[in-house]
Design a protein around this ligand. Structure first.
Ligand code: KG4
Ligand code: ZN
Length: 337
């Protein structure tokens, strides 16, 4: 059994959590959305500065809420890659400093491995192998989870991430940032069949299409062209556009995820990342999974979006296996899982 304190500062959430194996003892998340909203997206320099201002508070709160003392902590972890480099450096530097100060082992954790471990927090009985559909603002990946530290990326986006597509389409419809929740809400009042949109398939040189890779930039351009042609006719049918766009993304993701699970004989699908909150995706994937007798897990939203509990959970598993990172480990903006 390992009790780990982890820090997550890879993007626009400052988070610190304490987890004992798969049990969350505290999980403090401070979102910077209000800071970045005015700019329509995350401003990296502002994100780093706000992490510096908030991280000590988040750590104190996490310790206080857990009811533990530093003596009860077996290891300290921080997200080391991928993400905004300045933002990552804040959590990583603080984590390494605490490890030195309290003489604890340190673990640098890959952000996507954290998203995978979010599923264990809500479903502690879950065991590999399973397929993780990771859909966030920065990633769209289908990862075959074979064991702790053994992952194979079977599918990914060739351009925009699914969440990025939601954010870009929301921006061109003047809906603000982040776009996913607004589009999701508007889509409920719209007709998803109003506008046929391209699903963004990746052609293969030998003919046919890639079964697991996706592309969302063409879909975004199609929505842009559509709005340009509709604008002169008066007020935009925003709800119908949102519903049609969301339905297309959900269809594309569901099709690839199910194909991948069936091809590889994987019976459990765990979804992670902010886009896992999307009601259209939830509905489509659940229906398709039921049809093929597959189990699909959607962790609660607090564990889908960025949080340190998922990082701590991954670190606890590694620590139980005797894995530690050297204190010379650096931050990296890009790194395959
Ligand atoms: O995982 P996350 O919090 O941060 C990243 O690591 O990127 O995901 C944020 C992304 C944003 O692009 C946001 O628009 C999207 O998740 N998102 C949604 C919904 N809620 C958040 N996308 C679609 N539908 C939602 N309900
Ligand atoms: Zn993330």
């Amino acid at each position: 059994m390992a009790t780990v304190l982890a820090i997550e500062t890879s993007c626009d959430e400052t988070s610190c959590a304490i987890v004992r194996d798969r049990t969350v003892l505290s999980n403090i998340v401070s979102s910077q959305i209000a800071t970045h909203q005015a700019y329509g997206g995350v401003v990296p320099e502002m994100a780093s500065r706000q992490h510096v201002e908030t991280v000590n508070w988040a750590i104190e709160q996490a310790i206080q809420q857990s009811g533990l003392t530093w003596a009860d902590i077996d290891g300290i972890a921080a997200t080391c890659a991928p993400g905004l480099i300045g933002a990552l450096l804040v959590g990583l530097t603080v984590g390494k400093t605490l490890a030195m100060l309290y003489q604890k082992p340190f673990l640098g954790i890959h952000h996507l491995e954290g998203h995978i471990y979010a599923s264990y927090l809500s479903e502690p009985s879950l065991e590999p192998p399973f397929l993780c559909l990771l859909v966030s603002g920065g990633h769209t990946s289908l990862i075959h989870v074979k064991d702790c530290g053994h992952y194979e990326t079977l599918g990914q986006t060739r351009d925009d991430a699914a969440g990025e597509a939601f954010d870009k389409v929301a921006r061109l419809l003047d809906l603000g940032y982040p776009g996913g929740p607004v589009i999701d809400r508007l889509a409920k009042a719209g007709n998803s069949q109003a506008f046929p949109l391209p699903e963004g398939q990746i052609s293969l040189p030998q003919g046919g299409f890639h079964r697991y890779d996706s592309s969302f930039s063409g879909l975004k351009t199609a929505v842009l062209r559509l709005t340009q042609s509709l604008k002169p006719q008066g007020a935009l049918p925003v709800a119908d556009l949102a519903a049609s766009f969301q339905d297309t993304v959900a269809r594309a993701l569901t099709k690839r995820t199910i194909a991948c699970a069936l091809d590889y004989g994987i019976e459990t699908i765990a979804v992670g990342g902010g886009v896992a909150a999307n009601s259209g995706l939830r509905q489509k994937l659940q229906m398709a999974a039921a049809q093929y007798n597959l189990r699909v897990l959607f962790p609660p939203l607090t564990y889908c979006t960025d949080n340190a509990a998922m990082i701590a959970c991954a670190a606890a598993d590694h620590l139980n296996r005797g894995h530690v990172s050297p204190l010379t480990i650096g931050a990296q903006s890009r790194m395959p899982i």
